[in-house]
Design a protein around this ligand. Sequence first.
Ligand code: F6P
Length: 504
Amino acid sequence: MNEAESTAWKALEALPKRRLSELFADAGRVDALTAVLDLPGGPVRFDWSKTHLDAGLLSGFTALAEACDFDGRRAALFSGERINVTEDRAVQHTAQRGVGSEEAVDEAGALHARMRSLVEAIHGGLLGDVKHLIHIGIGGSALGPALAIDALTRDGAMCDVHVVSNIDGCALEAAFARCDPATTLVAVASKTFTTIETMTNAASALAWLGENGVADPYGRVIALTASPDKAVEWGVDETRVLPFSESVGGRYSLWSSIGFPVALALGWDEFASLLDGAAEMDRHFLTMDGAENLPLRAAFSDLMYTRLRGCQTRAVFAYDERLRLFPSYLQQLEMESNGKRVRADGSPVDGPTAPITWGGVGTDAQHAVFQLLHQGTVITPIDFIAAIQPGDALDPAHHRTLLTNCFAQGAALMAGRESDDPARAYPGDRPSATILCDEINAATLGALIAFHEHRTFAAGVLMGINSFDQFGVELGKEIARSIDAGGASFDASTTALLAAAGLG
Ligand code: F6P
């Protein structure tokens, strides 16, 4: 940490820790900490007033951002500098949305044109009657497509898509049970085209097609990858390989050809709307300064809770069934990006890094985990996400109750309630932020995801972390390979487990 950063942190630590009730004595607080962005999918309201941010903290964190050269790091991201220093790569997911260096934007545009041709050819019947797509991928090659398809195909889809990630054959079998092999395509989505889960599932899907009367199973496969040579070597015809750039990280790849199943299910225009919504958020993030920059403001709040108030987790509750997969999407985005213990230069970090991201869907979660949030001994900052327009056509009572409960939770957590009976007392002063969309559509979803990508990047900059590598996942993979290879020796517990499962 440089001297200016250390000075900024000391100043932040010296600030008083005020209660929310005290902060709300300021009549201008809600306006000061709420912003409505007019986005392509409709307005979205970002209300951070029920967090403990105040003017002192905002200016303290703004000073920290300056000390960390936030503006310079942001410019480096968008200009295509090799900011992923440990892997010596640029980070160009925003270019997929049309915001970035000219060269990267042009390359992404050309690859999108290729993807669009294939999507439209399939819709036009060039690959025969296609009713189902089994999309096989894991982590960033699955979570984005699964979220977008689950959120946006409630009113029907041009293709029935099943996202399969787990190596557990039960997952693939469940997809087989719902698809007719004669009208099924298989998308193999893997940046590296080496991931064991994906390649094993892909081989089994090919076998299933072959065993069920499909004469040329490889002819039914589309590869989505940054390693096109490996896909061709594996047997996919070059015309059905949709490449994307190495500089697009796995957990940031929904915008690339990894989004193929989304385009196939929704049509190209909707996929383009997803990109447009994200691009508008990119422009906001690129141009707004200091705490007016909403992803940066959210990162200030995140660091306030982890580093100044000792919170080890943060929870996200989508009060919208269509966004039920959003928390698991964010888990990979935030925990794989910022769950680090060294800074980009290899030196140890100076405090806690990413909190554990968890969450669920409202109102279900209220009846399961909210007890701890209201009365437990740990403080968990919460994000609520909701939409004003309902996604359903039932009695408006459904949506009304959904929204009133969402807002009631934020109010109750903050206000608390005194009682002579300790079991019935609520301490209050529990923070939350609310993101209130006008409606959930492709553009809004794109903007929501991009908001969180930039929030994660901004938090990484403020902690001095490289948010774009993920070496922490490698050791376990390596050990699994050495078990498979045989001959390796392990600790007594692992040896006994392997023997018990007949694998020793
Ligand atoms: O193991 C972690 C990871 O590398 C993620 O970062 C990535 O999204 C996932 O595996 C899948 O990787 P691939 O797309 O190369 O199959």
